[in-house]
Write a protein that binds this ligand. Structure first.
Ligand code: ADP
Ligand code: ASP
Ligand code: MG
Length: 412
């Protein structure tokens, strides 16, 4: 029988009633003849609570134990979903990551899925089980320890299962009815897209649009998974939501597809480093080794052989970055006068594959921000995106202004 993957996020399984509603949706697909793999998140708020417990117990926690604790939220919803389906006379069974097993790297708290053997679940489908309810977000390392896939990782579990089982579709049920031109929480002018290209979704996700975890889009693109985002709160047709698909499937689109933002950014500046060959390597090497995800980089013009080097990174990695730089300085690998951390910044980005063939998009973005009196601190571009770092207090204003300027608003 054809396989369908259906993923329900935290808000979609936040209460027993919502689990029931989700189970009914699953029942509809089972009745159509699909064998269904349901991926569930923890009830909303649950993972945050568990992460909080870990941090309070041990600020410099052992990531293996972090995973042992934070993976548990999904176990609860998987069992409850299986029970709910059984109550509806749908033959269902829950699966924790290690039971499948979802094999991952041993990068605890941020592991990557390496392999999902299909034999165990396929055998159970053969015996009459119609729904496998799999706990999202978790896997097992070679060492046999539980791992987790990074926040929002259930999306990635879902796409990885869809790829492994060659599912007809991977439906991501969430609290919005699709992918919008920007987060609908920031402007009510945001417009739902019927389709979005993998490349655009990948950029939007990696630049902060948390509707899909970045890695899930990467996998969907690589394995050509038909990925759909839709609401678990509304009655759904087969065309509902947003289809994330190949560029060729989209007939017409705006030059700019969407605006993304990330609140949790920091701008770090190394003051007065020696401008010599190899200096970038001796700064960014240790940062990478320390697990700091550097995004934007600017090197100032040098004066008398010394220069300032600015980079951005997630705000929760500032302490790690500071330590890595202090250690490199102590070891004599680099020499700098000071390291300044500006933790009041945000990143705002515009994304669109149309930018490949249209000039002047970046200039229009900068002019729009200028008209709003928003100062740009750092700029980064790629073929299909332009990102700027600005003061965090102007973030919403900037998103709304750019959304207007590029004509993304509702067409009513
Ligand atoms: P789930 O718990 O179902 O995984 P998430 O909270 O992770 O849900 O993701 C859904 C949220 O993503 C929405 O509530 C919305 O606020 C946010 N979001 C950010 N950018 C976008 C966008 N471009 N389109 C739709 N939703 C977005
Ligand atoms: N429960 C996990 C989180 O909140 C994974 C997920 O929901 O995708 O990050
Ligand atoms: Mg999510």
């Amino acid at each position: 029988m054809p396989v369908l993957v259906m993923k329900f996020g935290g808000t979609s399984v936040a209460t027993l009633d919502r689990i029931k509603r989700a189970a009914k949706r699953v029942g509809v697909e089972v009745a159509k003849g699909y064998d269904v793999i349901v991926i569930v998140s923890a009830m909303s708020g649950e993972t945050n609570k568990l992460v909080g417990f870990v941090g309070e117990t041990s600020p410099m926690y052992d990531a293996r134990e972090y995973d042992a604790v934070v993976s548990s939220g999904e176990n609860v919803t998987a069992g409850l979903m299986a029970l709910t389906l059984q109550e509806m006379n749908v033959p269902a069974r829950s699966w924790q990551g290690w039971q499948v097993p979802v094999r991952t790297t041993d990068a605890h708290s941020n592991a990557r899925i390496e392999e999902i053997p299909t034999d165990n679940i396929t055998a159970k489908f053969g015996e009459g089980m119609r729904v496998a309810v799999v706990a999202g977000f978790q896997g097992v390392s070679d060492e046999g320890r539980i791992t987790t896939l990074g926040r929002g990782g259930s999306d990635t579990t879902a796409v990885a299962f869809a790829a492994a089982f060659e599912a007809e579709r991977c439906d991501i049920y969430t609290d919005v009815d699709g992918v919008y031109t920007t987060d609908p929480r920031v402007t009510d002018k945001a417009r739902k897209l019927d389709k979005i290209a993998f490349e655009e979704m990948l950029e939007l996700a990696s630049l902060g649009a948390k509707v899909l975890q970045t890695r899930s889009v990467e996998l969907a693109m690589r394995y050509k998974v038909r990925l759909r985002v839709l609401s678990s709160f509304e009655e759904q047709s087969d065309e509902a939501g947003t289809l994330v698909c190949a560029e060729e499937e989209i007939m017409e689109s705006n030059v700019v597809a969407g605006v993304a933002f990330s609140r949790e950014e920091a701008k770090m500046t190394l003051i007065s480093v020696a401008d010599r060959p190899g200096i970038a390597a001796s700064i960014f090497g240790p940062l990478a080794d320390a697990g700091v995800n550097v995004d934007m980089i600017v090197q100032n013009i040098s004066e008398e052989g010394r220069t300032d080097m600015t980079f951005s990174c997630p705000i929760d990695q500032v302490a790690r970055a500071e330590k890595a730089m202090a250690d490199a300085k102590a070891a004599g690998d680099i020499n700098f006068h000071d390291l300044l951390a500006d933790q009041e910044v945000a990143k705002v980005s515009i994304v669109g594959i149309g930018m490949r063939s249209h000039a002047g998009i970046a200039a229009k973005m900068f002019k729009t921000l200028q008209d709003e009196g928003v100062n740009i601190k750092v700029i980064a571009t790629s073929e299909i995106k332009v990102s700027v770092l600005i003061d965090r207090k102007y973030m919403e204003l900037a998103v709304q202004a750019l959304h207007d300027a590029f004509g993304l608003e509702k067409t009513t």
